[in-house]
Design a protein around this ligand. Sequence first.
Ligand code: GLA
Length: 518
Amino acid sequence: MKSADAGVRLKSRFLTIVLVPTILLLIGASAWMQVDLSGFWVFRVPTGDGNFRETFFELKQDGETITGKVLAGGREVAITEGTFKNGTLQFVVIFGTAPQTRRVVYEGTLAGEKITLTSQAPGREPFKGTAERTKPEAALPPPRLPLPDLHDVQDNGLARTPPMGWNSWNKFAGKVDDSVVRSIADAMVSSGMKQAGYVYVNIDDTWEGPRDAQGNITSNLKFPDMKALADYVHSKGLKIGIYSSPGPKTCAGYEGSYGHEEQDAKTFAAWGIDYLKYDWCSASRIYKNEDMQASYQKMGDALRKAGRPMVFSLCQYGIGDVWKWGPRVGGNLWRTTGDISDNWKSLERIGFRQMEIASYTNVGHWNDPDMLEIGNGGMTADEYRTHMSLWALLAAPLLAGNDLRAMSDETKSILMNSEVIAVDQDADGKPARRISDAEATSVVIVRPLHDGSVAIGLFNRADQAQEISVTWEALGLSGKKLLARDLWKRTNVQLPTGSYQPVVPSHGVVLLKVSTTR
Ligand code: GLA
């Protein structure tokens, strides 16, 4: 009996341990086998401010193999290494082009009609969200709206010298919120930045919320009350800037002004906004480069109509020779390049490639080689002095991009050097020119100033210190008695006759202001 009992027990054990799970697994597997993930999906990741970042997939399932593509910002990128096994979806997408590729791994499980999904790029926080089925049209941009005929937008009379202030993007990107902006405004005053001339506190991308029932743009959870924030910034004697796009979405995927230009300009005016950066972004999915002028003109007109003076900053990365038509659409400044980053390579690439278009700068209309990285930690003090000196010689906007609440004395001394700022802010707005060879590692740039003096930058692009020479003849100053000031050492300099050739540190600069005397 005992052994018979044991046999029964063994059987029932076998049933529970082996058979039941196997049967369940088979039922489960057959359930997954019936599921075909083929079709369009939208992957929605909450951004934490009430918005969602959306990515579209077109999946094709063949047995356990998944192929297809990811549709991101008008680009289609193939899915590789895709499988769907036992309810688990996995695939890889290689974004970018070699050598700058980013391998993103997507992994998730199907529950009912939804996939709980995570995307993971190397060295980044994973994005967690949900994918749901959608229609192919959802991945497409809205239909093209007609653009107005070209005409000249009247000059708004603002930004008679290059705008000075701060912008949130370089340091804070998506982490900017109401309290950051308030504390930056406080720091702009307490650090002496305001005194030095910095006045605009500019909120870049990621402030936007959804549109209300009337189509009015709202701010998201990070910015509970834009008008109150503007009032606060104004109460400090400062001005406030905001950001939008002529496209339906901004570059970070937030709500743009497409089809709502006048309405948004009115909203910005009602909030008390003083400055708009208008970033092309997703407009490229609807319009061609040739349409840019009309598209920017639309907002230029809308700003004029809104009845509040607002600096108009065009951001379309220098496409279509914007410096030729920027003023005609009411622009006060226009980006001439792609985005800057906080490293020497980026600074060098952008900063020294501005000379050919330097002559398009004039009072009220400025080339914008992008915001400052000074104080963000990726460059040496010499490199940051080069950054500041170049921007000053180019009459570029001085929009600090660092955390003004925590500046080292060195950073302060660079951003707040009043003699360098005075070069940037010179009333005549005359362009600089390079008098050295374009390919040389020693670069000499000169800019005539209002008081008859000339600012001279001696830049060293080489990886070791070198002497850089400037002759008075090249400047038309030979035979004259010269007075010179070293704007970084903040001392007067005795200039030798004929030429001057100081040793300039690697990636550094000697910035002089030279005037003639009797
Ligand atoms: C673009 C701009 C940047 C910044 C981001 C925000 O890349 O060039 O300056 O505004 O968008 O998304």
